[in-house]
Design a protein around this ligand. Structure first.
Ligand code: SAH
Length: 265
């Protein structure tokens, strides 16, 4: 499948994970593909520093999506990839993190398949593993968590039934919420409402692996206050006992005591 020197007249699209932000967290394969790309179709979030590795004359299409301002719709992106493929171009579709995790790669693959354009997926470091690394908290641990769940915060509004909150709360797993900061009050409320203790620790990891990275530690009880400290940055919410193992969690006992007091009142 690894066809860097694919020289046929048919186009080819590589869906490449750019990783979480730091340019040197892309895979070697992803970097080699960028170095030879004819066309790069990239997101906003995908580390912009990576584009400097593309050859002279490379054509760039920015289709970045930031919360609130969509510069290209998903059908438009699909259509662009198909059009470039049909024109025989060798295209790198660069996406933040891993393309297959909340990256809408599924829709792009479907469009390429339908149009008969060959493609390959190159994985990347996803926000959850990057956040785990920078916050120094293992997502799994023999004593604390035997499962990890990647959840989208987009569907967390109190009234949506898309997520089975009871099941999430019962799993006793590490829960990683992508796109969850703005919905953090609902997320915390739903988890507490379905049986998780208000003292369950959580970490908010902002812009993991970038120079601006920040780790905030709290509990479900003070989640709302924590979320208010983040404006406009990409951040991941990690909920679960493993958060106690983070070296940033020294404040946790005080917060848990505070949560207990406010529960009593
Ligand atoms: N495909 C991406 C996820 C895209 S959804 C991946 O695999 O990581 C976008 C969400 O990912 C953001 O809202 C945020 O929750 C998370 N995210 C992306 N980059 C991040 C980073 N550097 N630090 C923390 N969270 C990040």
């Amino acid at each position: 499948m690894y066809k860097l020197n694919n020289s046929s007249s048919t186009g080819f699209v590589w869906l490449v994970g750019a990783g979480p932000g730091a340019a040197d967290l892309i895979t070697v394969r992803g970097l080699r593909l960028l170095e030879r790309a004819e066309v790069v179709v990239h997101d906003d979030l995908a580390g912009r520093d990576l584009l400097k590795f593309c050859p002279a004359g490379c054509e760039f299409h920015s289709v970045g999506k930031r919360a609130g301002s969509h510069s290209a719709s998903q059908p438009e992106i699909n259509e662009l990839l198909v059009k470039l493929g049909q024109a025989g171009r060798k295209v790198v579709r660069l996406k933040g993190g891993d393309p297959m995790i909340f990256g809408r790669a599924g829709e792009e693959i479907e469009a390429l398949r339908e149009a008969g354009i060959p493609f390959e997926i190159v994985p990347g470091v996803t926000a959850a593993t990057a956040s785990s690394a920078v916050a120094e908290l293992p997502l799994t641990h023999r004593d604390y968590s035997s499962a990890v769940v990647f959840v989208t915060g987009h569907q967390c509004a109190a009234n949506t039934s898309a997520l089975d909150w009871g099941a999430l709360a019962k799993l006793r797993a590490t829960l990683c919420f992508y796109m969850g900061v703005r919905r953090l009050p609902e997320i915390a409320g739903n988890l507490i409402g379905h049986g998780l203790s208000a003292e369950t620790p959580l970490a908010l990891v902002c812009e993991a692996t970038l120079p601006t990275q920040k780790v905030l530690i709290g509990t479900l009880a003070n989640a709302e206050k924590l979320a208010a400290q983040i404006t406009g940055q990409a951040a991941l919410v990690v909920v679960g006992e493993v958060v106690r193992l983070s070296s940033f969690a020294s404040e946790l006992p005080r917060l848990v005591a505070q949560a207990a007091t406010s529960n009593d009142t």
